[in-house]
Ligand binder design. Structure first.
Ligand code: ADP
Ligand code: MG
Length: 568
């Protein structure tokens, strides 16, 4: 009746599998974390679909993952009663579509076996990590609500097979046929300790069989009444991590949970876990990642928090809870006020969501302020990864402009270094007594900014200048306007109003010079007629012979280009 079909893996998947199989790695055990994580995701998806279709749950309502093993046969089975997969889903999810991180992962490989194997160990490679320990993987799965089930099988070499089977209940059962050097994992104690190490935070029970101790009578015979059937028992605490009190969750658990929700393989930089009670009731667990994802610069990248309503998973990437300039934040929000039927469209226009968004935005800003204050080194790491996204903040979120301004870091003439390390507060503290503005220059790159002739007079006066050269900087400065009561001044625009002290004599000398210069200036003006509005002598410069100035009310980028060229 059943026909077995053989299909090929996608190229990137093949590359990945090849690596898994042929590299040595220090961290084989992560396969279990990945497979349990998938089972838990599958159960979350089922719970969600069951909100509108309760029948999906009714025949098998106790959601769980079960881990079985057979030491003699050298197999481990991870069995869930989650959403399952139909034939097409199995083909695309387990073979032809590499998950988004795969290409990025492959790019990071150096070709050095030792280094790469470490990377594989850290990287959440998902389902394929099964092949770290297995030389054959069998997946039997049945989609909730469907009668049809399929078996997917592969030895991880270039292809997989797929065939129709009978399966009594919904969900997915994955059997790992262990390699010789993976057999150590088919062991009760080993599996239990791995579950507690990696999967304690998983919100459904991760069960293993418990073989009861036989009871004996006085003569030493096993009692007839004694329970001998093994029973399934939960090995993890099976409580959604964010529902537990903060002081009962260890750092290790927070970190593991981060990997689970973010699909990131590195540890987070910081997190903040809060339960809010009152008019609105919700729990949030927000993480700041350590590294920026590749698509961070795309304002449309998938972003946002994993949304739960009363512990029921609703959606990934719920972007309505944080503004776009906080798209680096990962985590979970669990609300008691929203409806289980909530959709993305509803989220966009919901008052409760609005209040949550402003509270969560404040929470993230506070988290960053605290980090900046108490742990400048970590904050600097954050800034180096995500600073340019935060720079979108003043324009995105006018209400929090001042808070965001405190978090900005700049390269300035104080250090003359391209590294963005100086805060506006530092700047203001260093301001000269007679200085009332915050000066900045924007150029295409740091060197152009740093060497601009426009800075000469400011350097002479001892006025610090912010050296801006990130694309986003111009946009940011157009919304910033002032900090701590001091306005920002572009040093290339208009009059600078900087008085350089001079004696009567110097003044006279200058007037004389200007008189002498007049014919030259007139001549220059006639030569440059079409290109400039006027040619003036200036005391703006101390070392360079000339520079171009943009009129106070001019903006043109074209002009700025010219100016930068002249600055070189
Ligand atoms: P990720 O979990 O990051 O999406 P994986 O490689 O771990 O990547 O899994 C790939 C996909 O395979 C999942 O997104 C899911 O669609 C599917 N999948 C894996 N395991 C299961 C499972 N136990 N039940 C249902 N679907 C699964
Ligand atoms: Mg996964």
């Amino acid at each position: 009746e059943t026909q077995k079909e053989t299909l090929g893996f996608q190229t990137e998947v093949k590359q990945l599998l090849h690596l898994m199989i042929h590299s040595l790695y220090s961290n084989k055990e992560i396969f279990l974390r990945e497979l349990i994580s998938n089972a838990s995701d599958a159960v979350d998806k089922l719970r969600f679909e069951a909100v509108s279709n309760a029948d999906l749950l009714s025949d098998d309502p106790n959601l769980r993952v079960r881990i079985g093993f057979d030491a003699d046969a050298g197999t481990i089975t991870i069995d869930d009663n989650g959403i399952g997969m139909n034939r097409d889903e199995a083909i695309s999810n387990l073979g032809t579509i590499a998950k988004s991180g795969t290409a990025q992962f492959l790019e990071q490989l150096s070709g050095d076996q030792k280094k790469d194997s470490q990377l594989i160990g850290q990287f959440g490679v998902g389902f394929y990590s099964a092949f770290i320990v297995a030389d054959k993987v069998t997946v039997e799965t049945r989609r909730a609500g469907s009668e049809e089930a399929i078996r997917w099988e592969s030895e991880g070499t270039g292809e997989f097979t797929i065939e129709a089977i009978d399966k009594a209940s919904r969900g997915t059962s994955i059997t790992l046929h262990l390699k010789e050097d993976g057999r150590e994992f088919a062991d009760n104690w080993r599996l239990r300790s791995l579950v507690s190490k990696y999967s304690d935070h998983i919100s459904i029970p991760v069960e293993m069989l418990k073989v009861p101790m036989p009871e004996y009578d006085e003569e030493g015979n096993v009692k007839e009444t004694s329970e001998t059937e093994p029973t399934w028992e939960a090995v993890n605490s099976a409580k959604a991590l964010w529902t537990r009190p903060r002081n009962e969750v260890s750092d290790e658990e927070y970190k593991e949970f981060y990997k689970h929700v973010s699909h990131d393989f590195q540890e987070p930089l910081k997190w903040s876990h809060n339960k809010v009670e009152g008019k609105l009731e919700y729990t949030s667990l927000l993480y700041i990642p350590a590294k920026a994802p590749q698509d961070l610069w795309n304002r449309d990248m998938l972003r946002g928090l994993k949304l739960y309503v009363q512990r029921v998973f609703i959606m990934d990437d719920a972007e309505a809870f944080l503004p776009p300039y906080m798209r680096f934040v990962k985590g979970v929000i669990d609300s008691n006020d929203l409806s289980l039927n909530v959709s993305r469209e509803i989220l966009q226009n919901d008052n409760a969501v609005d209040s949550m968004r402003s509270a969560l935005t404040k929470r993230v800003l506070d988290m960053l302020s605290k980090m900046a204050k108490n742990d400048a080194e970590t904050y600097q790491k954050f800034w180096d990864e995500f600073g340019n996204v935060l720079k979108e903040g003043p324009a995105d979120d006018f209400g929090n402009k001042d808070k965001i301004a405190e978090l900005l870091r700049f390269s300035t003439t104080h250090t003359d270094n391209a590294a963005q390390t100086e805060s506006l507060k530092d700047y203001v503290e260093r301001m000269a007594e007679d200085q009332d503005k915050i000066y900045y220059i924007y150029a295409e790159n740091h060197n152009t900014a740093k060497n601009s002739p426009h800075l000469e007079v400011l350097r002479k006066k001892g006025y610090e200048v912010l050296l801006l050269s990130d694309r986003i900087d111009e946009w940011m400065m157009s919304s910033l306007r002032e900090f701590d009561g001091k306005s920002f001044q572009d040093v290339t625009k208009g009059k600078l109003d900087i008085e350089v002290e001079e004696s009567e004599e110097q003044k006279k000398e200058k007037e004389q010079k200007a008189e002498q210069m007049k014919p030259l200036l007139d001549r220059m003006k006639s030569v440059l007629e079409e290109k400039v509005t006027s040619v003036n002598s200036t005391d703006r410069l101390t070392n360079s012979p000339a520079c171009l100035v943009v009129g106070e009310f001019d903006m043109g980028l074209q002009m700025r280009r010219l100016l930068e060229q002249a600055g070189q």
